[in-house]
Design a protein around this ligand. Structure first.
Ligand code: NAD
Length: 333
């Protein structure tokens, strides 16, 4: 029979939680509506089992009830875009840690998790390259009129404006520079100007300036209460002639009606997004080649990103149970 050492926490600093016991033979569930690549699951299994834990798999589930049943006695949960609601947390009575294999964690109810002192982590940086490559591809696709006959334009020499200079934003900047673009960026939470300077990127002082100078605006803000619906009519209208908005962040940050209105008023503007907005059919009909939405989220959908994020999630959980490492924790209580 597996032995489970009861969790004992010791608070040393306000934000840091340390374990005082090693947790052995934990049940770790991978719950993925959209499964990881086979190779990623094999790697996760190896990491989990070598550390003496047990791996459980729930893939391609279609009903919430399946997830609720599967989490009932697990200690840890690895998810992708799966929704971990308060109901799921309530059903998972032994849950100690949830790791979202990916960057955005807006699919996890942090408040409900924190109320139960369940650690929530993401795996920052693991799929950034995949997303950054997609952002560049999207720029070229729109510059070439979605590969339809006719004369397009080049991205070399154009201004690439990066809204939020995190893991993905920085890589997009690097790739844009390699393509001969002038790169500018805005991120109010990065106070170290040297970060931009060292990358050869111009740090602009306001979001207004960023949009006003953007031939291509690449969006990388997280979906938070502060950013939801924040990109709309005014920002798009302030962009230069022929500008393109590229969204590989989240659809929730977009004010869809605002974008539609701006594109109706200005026939030169273009918009491409990784995942269809609610009004995608109407946008396609109204704007033709000026609009495109991926039918399913594509950003992190590469074999490499899948494996990187999956393995990182497993390693973080194993380390958490072994040492209490909470380096990538995104919630607090
Ligand atoms: P990150 O955490 O490394 O960077 C986010 C950056 O946003 C940080 O530098 C932060 O300072 C900045 N930021 C936060 N609030 C802001 C605001 N109001 N204005 C300007 N900047 C702000 O995250 P990342 O890995 O770069 O990913 C960015 C986002 O991309 C994720 O939150 C996720 O929603 C999205 N994403 C999408 C896909 C996809 O499949 N399309 C995959 C990965 C990530």
């Amino acid at each position: 029979m597996p032995t489970t050492v009861p969790l004992t926490y010791e608070k040393r600093e306000e934000k840091t939680i340390y374990f005082t016991s090693l947790l052995t033979h934990m049940k770790i569930l991978v719950a993925t509506e959209k499964p990881f690549a086979k190779k990623a699951v094999e790697g996760i299994r190896q990491i989990v089992e070598e550390a003496g834990h047990e791996l459980l798999l729930l893939e391609k589930y279609t009903e919430k009830a399946e997830l609720l049943a599967a989490v009932a006695d697990v200690d840890a949960l690895i998810i992708r875009s799966d929704k971990v609601t308060a109901e799921v947390i309530e059903a998972a009575r032994n849950l100690k840690i949830v790791v979202r294999a990916g960057a955005g964690y807006d699919n996890v109810d942090l408040e409900a998790a924190s109320a139960r002192k369940i650690v929530v982590m993401n795996t920052p940086g693991q799929n950034s390259n995949a997303v950054a490559e997609l952002a560049l591809a999207m720029m070229i696709y729109m510059a070439r009129n979605r590969f339809t006959p006719g004369t397009g334009s080049e991205i070399q020499g154009k201004t690439l404006a990066i809204h939020a200079y995190g893991n993905v934003g920085r890589l997009v900047g690097k790739k844009g520079k390699a393509m001969g673009m002038k790169v500018i960026a805005y991120d109010p939470f990065i106070t170290d100007a040297a970060l931009f300077e060292n990358d050869g990127v111009e740090q602009v002082s306001s979001v207004e300036e960023l949009y006003a100078k953007a031939d291509f605006l690449s969006l990388h803000i997280p979906a938070t209460p502060a950013t939801k619906g924040s990109i709309g009519y005014e920002k798009l209208m302030s962009m230069p002639k022929g500008a393109t908005l590229v969204n590989t962040a989240r659809k929730e940050v977009i004010d869809e009606e605002g974008i539609k209105q701006a594109m109706q008023e200005r026939e030169d503007l273009k918009y491409i997004t990784d995942i269809a907005p609610a009004n995608a059919a109407e946008m396609e009909e109204l704007f033709g080649k000026r609009f495109f939405a991926t039918p399913k989220k594509q950003g992190a959908e590469t074999a490499e990103a899948n494996i990187n994020a999956g393995l990182a999630a497993a390693l973080q959980i194993v380390d958490f149970f072994a040492t209490g490492n909470t380096r990538f924790q995104v919630n607090k209580w």
